[in-house]
Ligand binder design. Sequence first.
Ligand SMILES: Nc1ncnc2c1ncn2[C@@H]1O[C@H](COP(=O)(O)OP(=O)(O)O)[C@@H](O)[C@H]1O
Ligand SMILES: [Mg+2]
Length: 386
Amino acid sequence: MRILLFTGKGGVGKTTAAAATALRCADEGHRTLVVSTDPAHSLADAYGLALGDQPAALTGSLWGQQLDARARMEDSWSEIRDWLLEVFAWAGVQGIEAEELAVVPGLDEVFALADLADHAESGRWDVIVVDCAPTAETLRLLSLPDVAAWYMARLFPVSRRLNRMVAPVLGRVTALPVAGDEVFGATNRVYERLQTVRGLLGDPDAASIRLVVNPERMVIAEARRTATYLALFGYGVDAVIANRLLPEAITDPWFDRWKAAHAEHLAAIHEGFAPVPVFTVELAPEEPVGLEGLRRFAAELYGDGRAADVHHRGHPMRVETVDGVHSLVLSLPFGERGELDLGRRDDELMVRVGPYRRAVVLPDSLRVRTVVGARLRDGELVVDFT
Ligand SMILES: Nc1ncnc2c1ncn2[C@@H]1O[C@H](COP(=O)(O)OP(=O)(O)O)[C@@H](O)[C@H]1O
Ligand SMILES: [Mg+2]
């Protein structure tokens, strides 16, 4: 089973690339599901076919679904939401306001991920293609399981124990609503599905991220940052798709400077992302929509290659030993010193890159050792231990 996620800046061609890839996988004989987690939901427009909240057949082996994460949230989260509403009511916040407060930002994305876990475990699909929201939301989505794990490990056992002891007392004295077994159960179910999906997405044989870019300075700059953050969380990028290159066939001198700029940016993409392969697609004479348009897009994108293959396998994390110094090596392409922060907490290394933070659980061999230094080396973060 393979999961392919497509992300990149808004408008670069994520939906087109995801739709074309899914169709290609289905044409190659894989039972394929294409899912959109982007609330913009343009997947149906790309195919020119209707898509709903449940998987629907598009061709013989291709199925499509536009996830309505919000509706899904209502199903599983109702116990917890009710409890939150009670807490808010207790705090003096009532009515519609409380309803709004209960919709914690990012919560709907949790359910998009949980749905993905269900699809992956169903055994129904050989390939699941995900048309993701633009980069920032996708990164938040992909960092969620780690964030949730952190909270669960630290807060839940404590509050659970506290609840057991103080609930009878508290219940009478202050009437503060205490999370009951249903809430704990519901939280735990969601949490477990998040960990399942984290395991899947962090396994380079199961999941690959494909970064879609255009040959433009700002798009590339964002893609580089995205690559750094994805590496921080240990997600593997197996290909970069450079979309909308000006075709060779254009000879009008008016486009000369555009063509020169594209060539320059394309070279920078190749150099910067190597050894990750860069696949190219030219600007088409019309929007690549409908099954035939998407098949042409896929043919240009993958040539004779197979769409679902793992096109590149990186090494997100490893331990090196040189002259008695043990080092933890984390892949961090385009990482920059100024935006990097490191800290040690028990058996975890806290790594912050820009706005993202990850608690990296240290391997056994390093747990008892002390950090003596850290440096960036060729797109890798090297942390030395004595
Ligand atoms: N290679 C291409 N040539 C011409 N038009 C393209 C190409 N790739 C994408 N498009 C068009 O560009 C627009 C944006 O693409 P889309 O896949 O929706 O981007 P995103 O999902 O990243 O926002 C769509 O109208 C799409 O048909
Ligand atoms: Mg899109």
